[in-house]
Design a protein around this ligand. Structure first.
Ligand SMILES: *Cc1c(COP(=O)(O)O)cnc(C)c1O
Length: 456
């Protein structure tokens, strides 16, 4: 399997090269040259464990790592999860919740980043090279990325986060990791400042190659690929219904895009229900065909407080029939004017996606109602998914909502929804009072570059 850029400037590269490149050198996103159809295999995969399933699916996309080695990478990645099923499906009321938060940092990003960390290490061991991972986080990505690579040979990780703007526990999940290869950079600014610093530094191709910079944010194809697996797992745990609907709380379109790939592979997903918070650019797109930047709103689901969604371009590429030229035109128009429109009649232009946005009030009300009526405590991101999901419930197919984090990670929102109820988790309690390490810098490109160059 070879990979290519959505913008046409990179073609025919291997999976290993794709992992290391992250964002394509032409500014586009890397996608596989084709998506394999596995519908004929589905019935023979029944009864496989999560890791065995992952091996079947990933080996279709990863053809330059021997199967035994890939199996070992997968087994090690999911042995860190505390639930035997890795991503267990739980029946709640009439519907189902797929819990993706049983990894080391209690958010779904572990599913992808435990694997990506091991893949990086493996590729580097083989080639003798080293990489420096640079990432920006509003909370969950940073800790999951750090947990994925801490202590690994030939890898340094630099994570920027907005000083004072991640939750205290999220910060502790990053800064309490004292391995020599982990560097936490608190930036005096916003998450957007961190992201724009990252984009600027990655677009400096000389610096990128001199310091072998690598990316772990959701533009990295490996993350999408690892996430494809749990859609299959959900279907097997449902006992293979004729079809099913999946609701996905989303910000960067990474999680839900993995569902779109699973569907292209032949998994019988009927509808993907896209759920956003007040940052609703994606919801507006799927209801109008217009992609238009809005203001950033701070919500109870901060991991989805995103206006410009980094995986959207991959979807666009498929929707524009794989035309790199049309993708370039759309993205250029969006960069220049803050809005862009699909170049065809957009009335009901996609019958796979249904979309909705949930307000803060609805999010809190949903947490309350699941706790009071079902005895289930969803985190605020999951609550966004559940709030939107119920608008599209019909009795024809099973409905699954992806649960992206353990509620204890977002104790403030839980407190606000349910005064007196304390969401806790032993992993998080163990962090309190641990020694920590971070540097605090002003948001300039020079400051970040010098953190990288002086710490190596
Ligand atoms: C990152 C994150 C999301 C959003 O995932 P996308 O891939 O951006 O769609 C949702 N919930 C939680 C808890 C997250 O950490």
């Amino acid at each position: 399997m070879k990979y290519q850029s959505t913008r046409g400037g990179v073609t025919g590269i291997s999976f290993r090269e794709t992992v290391l490149m992250g964002l394509a050198d032409d500014g586009g996103l890397l996608v596989p040259e084709s998506v394999p159809d596995v519908s004929a295999e589905l019935s023979s995969w029944q009864g496989k464990s999560y890791s065995e399933l992952a091996l079947e699916i990933m080996s279709r996309f990863i053809t330059d790592i021997p199967r035994d080695d890939l199996a070992d990478l997968i087994n090690r990645s999911y042995s860190t999860f505390t639930h035997e099923q890795v991503t267990p499906l739980v029946k709640v009321g009439d519907d189902y919740i797929l819990e993706l938060f049983h990894g080391p940092t209690l958010a779904f990003k572990d599913v992808a980043l435990q694997f990506l960390g091991n893949v990086f290490e493996y590729i580097l061991q083989d080639s003798g090279a080293a990489v420096n991972i640079l990432g920006a986080t509003s909370g969950d990505t940073g800790s999951a990325a750090i947990a994925g690579v801490r202590g690994k040979e030939n890898i340094n990780i630099f994570i920027m986060f907005p000083e004072g703007k991640t939750s205290p526990l999220q910060e502790l999940q990053m800064t309490s990791v004292l391995d020599d290869n982990v560097h936490n950079i608190a930036v005096n600014g916003s998450f957007d400042d961190c992201q724009s610093l990252m984009k600027t530094i990655f677009s400096d191709l000389d610096f990128k190659s001199a310091y072998q910079l690598a990316a772990v944010n959701s533009v990295n194809w490996t993350r999408v690929l690892a996430q494809v697996v749990y859609y299959f797992s959900a279907w097997y745990q449902l006992r293979c219904p004729v079809s099913f609907d999946v609701a996905v709380p989303t910000g960067n379109f990474g999680n839900i895009f993995a569902g779109y790939i699973a569907r292209q592979m032949g998994l019988p997903i009927r509808r993907l229900i896209l759920a956003t918070n007040a940052n609703d650019i994606l919801c507006r797109f799927f209801t109008s065909g217009k992609y238009e930047r809005g203001d950033v709103h701070f919500t109870h689901s901060p991991a989805m407080d995103i206006q410009v969604s980094s995986n959207f371009e991959r979807y666009l590429y498929y929707k524009l029939d794989g035309s790199a030229e049309k993708v370039r035109h759309f993205m250029q128009q969006f960069a220049d004017t803050g809005r862009a429109e699909l170049p065809f009649n957009t009335e009901n232009f996609d019958d796979v996606f249904l979309a909705g946005a949930a307000s803060n009030e609805e999010t809190l009300a949903t947490i309350r109602s699941y706790y009071d009526n079902e005895g289930y405590l969803p985190d605020p991101h999951t609550a966004v998914g559940l709030a939107v999901m119920k608008r599209f419930r019909d009795s024809e197919v099973p409905l699954v909502c992806l649960s992206t984090a353990h509620p204890a990670k977002f104790e403030d929102a839980i407190q606000e929804a349910l005064p007196g109820v304390h969401a806790t988790h032993p992993t998080l309690e163990a962090l309190r009072d641990l020694p920590t390490r971070k540097v605090v810098v002003d948001p300039t490109v020079e400051n970040i570059k010098s953190e990288i160059s002086t710490r190596l």
